[in-house]
Every structure is written in structure tokens, then in C-alpha cells.
Design a protein around this ligand. Structure first.
Ligand code: NAD
Length: 305
């Protein structure tokens, strides 16, 4: 296996003042990248903030002999995001990698959740990933090179009590990835998602100490390096925890053609329910067209047309 290096490349890691983002930023720097360490420096619910957290990580990178600059903007602030992009270009002249990692939690049951908590969480995770990518998009197109990672969550893929806001935002990021990977393909811009489990301030209160010890955030980072390397995949959700890795995918059954006109009744659908839901026929589609194509094939098979 050849060594994975990022010499001459510039990476922006959002929310890199601590937790997973800090580990990604440090590892990119160790492997030769110039790194922009973004972090608002607020608390886990998104309140408060200053650039100290980002500056500390920049000092760590410099102590390793790496090159880095700090950025204390919120990823939701258009002007701050533009300044981050401008400062990156002025300092390093390119933007090759963006790891959109910044995030907050405002957990509450849906019954108790105010719409302000819902909107803020969607804004930070979803729009806070989209805005830096949008601001760097033309630069990456011009360079004919870009490696993007968004950070999803098992809550987005599978759900978790008290996290309707977070889950909606996190699966939204997978939807974003699925389309942007197609728009970026001809410019050599790839986009993947990481679905981590790690002991950080986000999870320290919900996991027992032994589990937290096994779930070091630095155990996720080697997987992320594979999502931003030169020959990275695109459109992949890499799940990662405690040194173990897997691929998560949206799949669907082959399904069944039920009929049209008078033959298409609720009862006729019920009669084919076992075939419609037969999970031994699961397939993953690379794009929405594959999903539509599957239906066309079913109709052709059923009608011989
Ligand atoms: P963390 O709280 O240590 O890191 C999040 C960082 O984002 C913080 O340093 C915070 O200051 C920063 N941040 C928050 N809002 C910001 C904003 N508006 N602008 C810029 N920076 C901002 O938690 P973490 O566990 O390292 O989380 C990193 C990412 O991983 C998050 O997107 C989180 O949702 C995701 N994630 C974590 C886990 C886990 O098990 N830790 C699981 C699934 C997903």
C-alpha cells in the first residue's frame, strides 16, 4: 500500500477546534496538507464562542512542523464563510479538501422541541456544510480537483429518540452528497460522507467510561483520510467507530408490478406486499435514474413490453 499523502494540498476542516475535526485536521497536516482550522468555539448547544479553540489546534499543527491558519467564523455566517475562503486562497492559493464537520446538539423529544431548536440544528449541520462548499465550488471546478466530506450520523440513517432536528439535518447531508457527487464528477470533485461514533464532548454524557475509552475520535480519522485522498471513492457513506469501518447505503427492493386501471386497487397492492417488501432483492442505485429505471423494467417484465 502506498502512503496516503496530501503534500501541496490545502484542506479546510470545519468545527476542528476539538473532537473529530481536530483529529482530522492534525492528521491531514501530518500527511503534508496545509490546513485551515475553522471553529466557532461555542458550547455543545451552539451558544457563545471565540477563535481560541481553532488557534490552539493551529499551534498543535505548527508544533508538528505543519502549516495551518485559524478561522473563528460560524459556518452559518455567509460573510464569515466567504472570509474563510478568501483567507485560505490568500494564504495557500488553493482549496483541495473540505471536511464539513462542525455541529451542535439541541436534543429534546419532538413534543418539547421548539422550532428555534429545530431550525438552528438544521442550519448548523446542513447549511453549515453547504455554505463552505458553495463558497469554494468555483475554485474547485477551476482547479479540476476537489475532495468533500460531509459528516452524517446513525441518527440520520436510522433515527434516535430526541433527535428529530439532528436526524433530519444529517440525512439531508446524504441527499446533498448524492446529488453533488454527480455535479462534481466532470470536474474531478468527489463527495463522501463519514458516519462516526466517537467519544467527544457531544457523546461524553451518554456513554459509559469503558465505551468512551474504546471510541477515541482519532480512530475515525484514518477512514476519513481515505475519503479525501486522490483516488477516493465518491458518494460513499463510510461508518467508523473504535477502529472498525463499514459502508452504509440506501437500498430498495426490486418490488413488484401490481397493475393499472381497475386492476390497481389497495387490495391488489396488499396481495403483493411480500414481493414488494422482499429484502432478499435489495439493490443500491448510483442515481435517481436507476430507481426510475427499475420501475420501467418491472413494467416491461410484467407486460412483456
Ligand atoms: P464536538 O462538539 O467536539 O465538535 C464539534 C465542533 O463544531 C466544536 O468544536 C464546535 O465548536 C464546532 N462548531 C459548532 N458550531 C459551529 C459553527 N456554527 N461554526 C463553526 N464551528 C462550529 O463534537 P464531535 O463529536 O467531534 O462532532 C463532530 C461532527 O461529528 C459533528 O457534525 C457531529 O454531529 C458528528 N457526529 C459525531 C458523532 C459522535 O459520536 N461523536 C456521531 C455522529 C456524528
Amino acid at each position: 500500500m502506498s502512503e496516503i499523502r496530501f503534500d501541496g494540498k490545502t484542506a479546510i476542516v470545519t468545527g476542528a477546534g476539538g473532537g473529530l475535526g481536530r483529529c482530522h485536521a492534525l492528521e491531514l497536516a501530518r500527511r503534508g496538507a496545509n490546513v485551515v482550522v475553522n471553529d466557532l468555539g461555542g458550547s455543545v448547544d451552539g451558544s457563545g464562542g471565540n477563535s481560541e479553540a481553532a488557534e490552539k489546534v493551529v499551534e498543535e499543527i505548527k508544533a508538528l512542523g505543519g502549516k495551518a491558519i485559524a478561522n473563528g467564523s460560524s459556518v452559518t455566517d455567509d460573510k464569515g464563510v466567504q472570509k474563510m475562503i478568501d483567507d485560505t486562497m490568500n494564504e495557500f492559493g488553493r482549496i483541495d479538501i473540505i471536511i464539513a464537520n462542525a455541529g451542535i446538539l439541541r436534543d429534546k423529544s419532538f413534543t418539547k422541541m421548539g422550532m428555534d431548536d429545530f431550525e438552528l440544528v438544521v442550519d448548523v449541520h446542513l447549511m453549515g456544510s453547504v455554505k463552505p462548499i458553495k463558497a469554494a465550488w468555483e475554485i474547485m471546478k477551476e482547479q479540476q480537483y476537489g475532495r468533500l466530506v460531509v459528516t452524517t450520523s446513525s441518527t440520520g440513517l436510522y433515527g434516535n429518540f430526541g433527535q428529530t432536528n439532528y436526524g433530519a439535518a444529517k440525512l439531508g447531508l446524504v441527499g446533498f452528497m448524492n446529488s453533488i457527487k454527480q455535479e462534481g464528477a466532470k470536474y474531478n470533485i468527489k463527495c463522501n460522507a463519514v458516519c462516526p461514533v466517537a467519544a467527544t464532548r457531544m457523546t461524553e454524557s451518554i456513554m459509559p467510561p469503558a465505551m468512551l475509552e474504546a471510541l477515541k475520535p482519532e480512530y475515525v480519522t484514518p477512514g476519513v483520510m481515505n475519503l479525501v485522498k486522490e483516488d477516493a471513492p465518491t458518494g460513499m457513506v463510510l461508518s467508523a467507530a473504535a477502529g472498525a469501518f463499514s459502508m452504509s447505503q440506501i437500498r430498495e427492493t426490486k418490488g413488484a408490478f401490481v397493475g393499472t386501471g381497475d386492476a390497481l386497487t389497495a387490495e391488489a397492492v396488499a396481495a403483493k406486499w411480500d414481493q414488494i417488501t422482499d429484502d432478499s432483492t435489495m439493490t443500491h442505485f448510483e442515481q435517481g435514474g436507476g430507481h426510475t429505471g427499475n420501475f420501467i423494467n418491472l413494467i416491461k417484465e410484467a407486460t412483456g413490453g
